[in-house]
Design a protein around this ligand. Structure first.
Ligand code: FAD
Ligand code: SAM
Length: 649
């Protein structure tokens, strides 16, 4: 909560006893302090076509600085260049307060309106907002900047230091913040701040910035600006998880036409890559991403584990993406919320702890049995946790919409990956596809090539059952889930029940036993609904269903990142077997231009699109959309490192 109040129509923070911007003219102050003293107009204009510029900020507040930078960007930067703005904020404004604050600047209306369409579904941690058709990317780091910035993967060209006056908020103007800024800066990166406080000046100098005192705005006599003159010595980090050298925008081949492949292809195409998306079936989304209804359910832990951080960031990202992609017509999308039922005592306690975890205002709320039943439109056996923004989508529609802007080659099974002097070749019948970058998005088959055979991917079979809606079952107004799930009816008059979970034994036929299991699970989940569907009398052998595969890993996390030469990797880091804490510095033996986006298990709709965005950023050397510990947790090399340390390789 911001605790923001309105004084004379201006936003004010009683917590810090300070204003969000100058009462006289916030815009002129922003332009003077942050834009002019970082020389942004000239630097934007000097960018090469297709280049990008990165601004870091402490204190997003009302977003006024961001909007001014974006406006200047539109005026000065080449049309094909892109702006990244990464901003830390501890007390995010509600959308209503943001709207009210930005309404003070009618000249910024077009920018404010677009920001407001994306300023939603925000959660603690990393939030990626895509604006101006992908030309402008805002990464909001929600939390204390002293905790978020050090976990950031970025190299800034310029900094805006704006976290309330140092006398009113000394906690943020700390040496640790300036050191993190220096570490996350390109050589020569600039900064500007409205304050001229001595502690700030000294702190920035000690971190390696050359600092100048220059005239401030309005009644403020002085302010500070400067540039990184003495880059800090790089602190040790595990080289096996460090990003590989960036690749210049060129051609990319993405193998696999499911949600992971289509998301990656779309994210690369937005950055100017010439992408070919290759799918072995005659149509996209014929395997894991082919179910009639997939639910958007953020299965979270009350502890911010890497999986929970990934799911939270992915949930908001997918919802923001879908808002611009699919209509809410109950044919391809139902934005009806998801109700997680507290089916036993342990689950009741877990959900209560989750509701208390403080992951984001309005993301979830606890309901008792009466409230839950009223909301669902069906009598329920228990209350639960309601996620109002969740719902369901028709995954093939998402995949098709994402792939709409890229070249798609269907009916082609990639059987060989060959690295030659001019890049990767995917030989086969017909055209020999050549690409600078290849992304393996083949779910459980991503390890099918010698180069990727080291990925320990497993296949898991799942079956959904489709049941005809009845007059009574049509009252179901939200997705219900517990150990199984049921969706509200689609416009075609069917519900989807899911899903079974079993090791893959080579068979994807729809089985009567799995249908019976799904019906049984519904009986436990919502007996009244089971009765309303007449499910006791339905013949499981006659019900339509669909069986497909999930790709999974032993640690339940996806596999997203660059690929390595596994044999060379094992040799390079063999010494970790004797001492896992050795601070080795050898660069990992990357397979240049080869990346993976796979193993999204049971929640690919939430994790695969963000993973696609992450990979596209990683490939080009941009600020990344997840914190460093999560990047390590999903890194393809984690299995190799674990095996070396355990003496298994
Ligand atoms: C029964 C079931 C229910 C589920 N329910 C949900 C849900 O409600 N919500 C949710 O978020 N997730 C759900 N999931 C999980 C979700 O469907 C997956 O995580 C997601 O679809 C994975 O997408 P993908 O792109 O990685 O894989 P896929 O969609 O399987 O795509 C991989 C593609 O690669 C292609 N391919 C493979 N090898 C080659 C090759 N050599 N050459 C060319 N093409 C190749 C395949 O043909 C396939 O189209 C469910 C999964 C199952 C099985
Ligand atoms: C002066 S306002 C920023 C104004 C903003 N740049 C704008 O354009 O509206 C300062 C912001 O810093 C945020 N803040 C204060 N302490 C912080 C911290 N430790 N980490 C991150 N943000 C912080 C406040 O919540 C507030 O939104």
């Amino acid at each position: 909560m911001t605790g923001l109040v309105w004084v004379d129509g201006q936003p004010f923070s009683p917590l810090y006893g300070d204003v969000y911007f100058s009462r006289h003219s916030g815009i002129d102050e922003t332009r003077h302090v942050f834009l002019r003293h970082n020389r942004l107009p000239e630097r934007f204009a000097a960018l090469p076509p297709g280049g990008f510029f990165v601004i870091g900020e402490t204190g997003f507040g009302t977003g006024l600085n961001f909007l001014c930078a974006w406006q200047e960007w539109q005026r000065s930067a080449p049309a094909s260049a892109r702006l990244h703005f990464v901003s830390g904020e501890k007390h995010p404004l509600t959308a209503a307060d943001l709207e009210r604050a930005l309404a003070l600047w009618p000249e910024m209306e077009a920018f404010s309106r677009e920001l407001l369409t994306q300023y939603r579904y925000l959660a603690t941690g990393w939030n990626r907002l895509t604006l101006a058709g992908g030309q402008v990317t805002l990464t909001l780091l929600l939390g204390d900047a002293l905790e978020t910035l050090p976990r950031c993967e970025m190299a800034a060209d310029a900094w805006f230091l704006d976290g309330f006056a140092p006398a009113k908020n000394p906690a943020v103007w700390q040496p640790a913040l300036f050191q993190a800024m220096a570490r996350l800066s390109k050589p020569g990166a600039t900064f500007a701040t409205f304050t001229s406080a001595g502690d700030v000046r000294r702190g920035l100098q000690e971190a390696g910035f050359a600092v100048e005192k220059v005239p401030g705005f309005g009644r403020k006599r002085d302010m500070l600006r400067g540039k990184l003159a003495a880059p800090p010595e790089a602190a040790w980090r595990p080289p096996w998880y460090a990003p590989p050298p960036p690749v210049k925008t060129g051609t990319a081949a993405v193998i696999g036409g499911g949600i992971a492949g289509a998301s990656t292809a779309a994210a690369l195409a937005r950055r100017g890559w010439q992408v070919t998306l290759i799918e072995r079936h005659q149509e996209l989304a014929r395997e894991g991403s082919g179910n009639p209804q997939g639910i958007l359910y953020a299965k979270l832990s009350p502890h911010p584990t890497p999986l929970t951080q990934l799911t939270l960031a992915g949930y908001g990202h997918t919802l923001r993406l879908l808002d611009g992609l699919l209509p809410e017509d109950r044919a391809v999308r139902g934005a009806c919320g998801v109700l997680q039922l507290a089916y036993d005592n342990a689950e009741n306690q877990r959900l209560a702890a989750l509701a208390d975890a403080g992951y984001g205002d309005g993301l979830m709320r606890l309901l008792d049995r009466e409230q839950a039943s009223a909301l669902a439109g069906i009598d329920l056996p228990a209350g639960g946790l309601f996620f109002p923004h969740g719902g369901w989508v028709h995954p093939p529609a998402v995949v098709q919409a994402l792939a709409a802007g890229v070249r798609v080659v269907k009916g082609r099974t990639v059987t060989e990956l060959r690295r030659e002097a001019d890049g990767w070749h995917l030989p086969g019948e017909g055209e020999d596809i050549r690409a600078d970058v290849v992304v393996l998005a083949q779910a459980g088959d991503s390890g099918a090539f010698p180069a990727s055979a080291y990925l320990p991917l497993h296949k898991n079979r799942g079956q959904v059952t489709v049941v005809p809606a009845t007059d009574e079952s049509r009252r179901l107004a939200t997705v219900l889930c517990g150990e199984s799930y049921i969706t509200p009816s689609r416009s075609d008059g069917t519900h989807t029940l899911g899903a079974t979970y079993a090791p893959f034994a080579g068979d994807l036929d729809v089985t009567t036993a799995d249908c019976a299991t799904n019906l049984d699970h519904l009986k436990n989940l919502a007996p009244t609904l089971h009765a309303a569907l007449g499910a006791g009398k339905l013949d499981p052998a006659a019900l339509p269903g669909r069986a497909s595969l999930r790709a999974v890993t032993a640690d339940h996390l996806p596999v997203v990142g660059p690929a390595v030469d596994a044999a060379a990797f094992n040799t390079c880091y063999a010494r970790l077997a004797r001492d896992a804490k050795l601070k080795l510095t050898d660069t990992a033996p990357w397979l240049p231009g080869l990346y993976v986006n796979a193993a999204h298990g049971s929640r690919g709709l939430l994790t695969a699109p963000l993973a696609g965005e992450l990979l596209a950023g990683l490939i080009g050397g941009e600020p990344l959309s997840l914190p460093a510990p999560v990047l390590a947790a999903i890194h393809p090399s984690r299995f190799l490192v674990r095996d070396i340390v355990r003496g298994k390789s």
